[in-house]
Design a protein around this ligand. Sequence first.
Ligand code: NA7
Length: 540
Amino acid sequence: MAAPRPTSAETNYDAIIIGAGISGMYQLYRLRELGMNVRVLEAGTGVGGTWYWNRYPGARFDSESYSYSYSFSDELLQEWDWSEHFAGQPETLRYLNHVADKFDLRKDIQFRSRVASAHYQEATRSWDVTLEDGSRFNSRLLITAVGPLSAPTMPRIEGVDTFKGQSFHTARWPHEPVTFEGKRIAVIGTGATGVQTIQEVAKTAGQLTVFQRTPNWCAPLHNGKISAEEMAEIRAGYPEMFQRCQETFACFLHTPDPRGTFEVSDQEREAFWEKLYASPGFGIWQGNFRDMLTNREANAAISDFVARKIRQRVKDPKVAEKLIPKNHGFGTRRVPLETRYYEVYNQKNVKLVDISETPIERITPNGIKTSDAEYEFDIIIYATGFDAVTGSFDRIDIRGVDGQRLKDRWKYGPETYLGVMVNGFPNMMMLIGPHMALGNIPRSIEYNVEWVTDLVRYARDHDMTRLEATEAGVTDWTDHVKSLGEGLLSNEVNSWMTGVNSNVEGKQVRIVNRYSGSAPAYRARCDEAAAAGYKELALA
Ligand code: NA7
C-alpha cells in the first residue's frame, strides 16, 4: 500500500494483525506475499493462540486432526505426521510452532504485546495502536485475529482471591507441570473444557469434586492412534478430504443426514443413532438427521437416546439423573466429546456436587462453601469459559470515525458486513469475528484470510487507501444473519453461542453472534461480493 504517512506514532506498518493464533499466522503469511510491511502483536510468549493458552490437562481436538491442518501448503501437509485422530494440545502447539518456523513467521511477530487500544485517524486513514506497556504503532490496516474464545472469565463468586491453595483458569494454565497425585481437587464448570479436564484429573487425583451448575450432553470421542500406514493414506487423500470439508455444512468431515428423524422406522433410527454413538468425532452432532436442531420432537427423541446412554454408563441412578440436561436438548449447545467421562462418576475418588441445588456461597481460604457443606481443596480449577465472540473485542478500546467505540456500537449485539467489516471503522478487518461461519475453524479461517487478502490486493492495485463497509451492507448482512438464526433451537438456549455469560455484566441477554447458515452459502455470498468488484463497500 502507500508509502509512510505523517503520524505521531513511533512506527508505521501497512498492516497490524492482533493475535498470532491460527488466523493471525496465516494472514501474516498471505500479506507478506503481497510485499507488505506487517507486524503481528501477540499477548503471549509464543504462537498458537487457543493452543498456546489452553494447556489444561486433557486439552485436545474434537475435530479430526488432519481436517484441522492448514491446507494451503502441500509441502507442509506432506511433511507433518499426526499421531492421533484427535490430537492433544501439546501436539497441536508443536504443529503451529512448526508452521511458524517453516515460514519464518516469528520475525514479524512481537510477543508479550497486549493491545490496549486502536484508534482510527481520518487525517492519515490509518490506525494508531497502543500496547498495554504504552508503546505505539501506526498502520494503514488493522486486522483483528483475536479468536472467538480467548477472553477467559472467572466466576463472580465472593472470595475467589482468598483461596490459599493453587487455582487456575483452564485458559491460563501454567507452562510448568501441575501434579494432582493424592491431592484434593475442585473443578468448577462442565462445558467442553471442564469435561476434558475432569476425565484427565480423575485419573490421578486423591479426591476430585466436580461443581456442576448445568450438565451438558456429551458424546464419545473414540480417539485412536494413527499408524504409519494410516498417515500415508491420509496424506494421499488430502485433496479429496479438503474438498469434502468445502462441501459440508460446517466444514467438518460430517454433515447432516438428508433424512428427517421420523422419516425412517423406529428400528432404523435407533440403529443409525447407535452407529453415530459408536463412531469417532462430531458425527452424532454434525452428521445427525437434518431436523435434529429445528424440530422439537426430533430433538426430544435424540435427547432421550443420549439420556439412556448416560443411565447405562453411570452406576448410581441419582448421579446419572444429575448428569442428564433438563433445560436444553441434545446439540443445542456445543456437544463436549468425551473419553470415559461418565464412568469417572463411578470412581470412588470422584464426587459430583449439583450447585443448581446447593449453590456455591463463596470461595474460602481453604476451599469452597456451598449452601449445605464446606469443602477443603489443594487445587481449584476454574473451567468457567469465555466472554465469547465479542469479548476479546470489548477488551480493546477500539474507536472508529469520530471516536465511536466499537463496544458501544455493538451494545445490543454485533453488526457487521460479512462478519469482516463494520461501517464507521474503515480499514479494520476481522478474522473469525462475530457473524462468521465458525464450524471447523481452520477451514473457515483459510477462506476468511484469503477473502481479506484479495480485498487488500484489490485496494492496492486500485490505489485505494480507505476501505469501509457501507451502512446498508452492514444492515443487510446483520438482518440476514439474524434471520438465519430463527427457528434454531440453539438460539433458545443460554450458552456462549448465544453470547450469554453469567460472569460478565450486561451479557445476560441472548444475541445472535454467529452465522448459522452453511459454510458453502457463506463463501458463495462473499465470492459474489468480490466478483462484483466490492460494490457494497465504500472504497476510496
Ligand atoms: P463453556 O462451554 O462456556 O462452559 C463453562 C462452564 O462453566 C459451564 O458449565 C458453566 O455453567 C460453568 N460456569 C460458568 N460460570 C460459573 C459460575 N459462576 N458458577 C458455576 N459454574 C459456572 O466453556 P468451555 O471452556 O467449557 O468451552 C468453551 C468452548 O471452547 C467450547 O464450546 C469449545 O468450542 C472450545 P452454565 O452452563 O453456565 O450453567
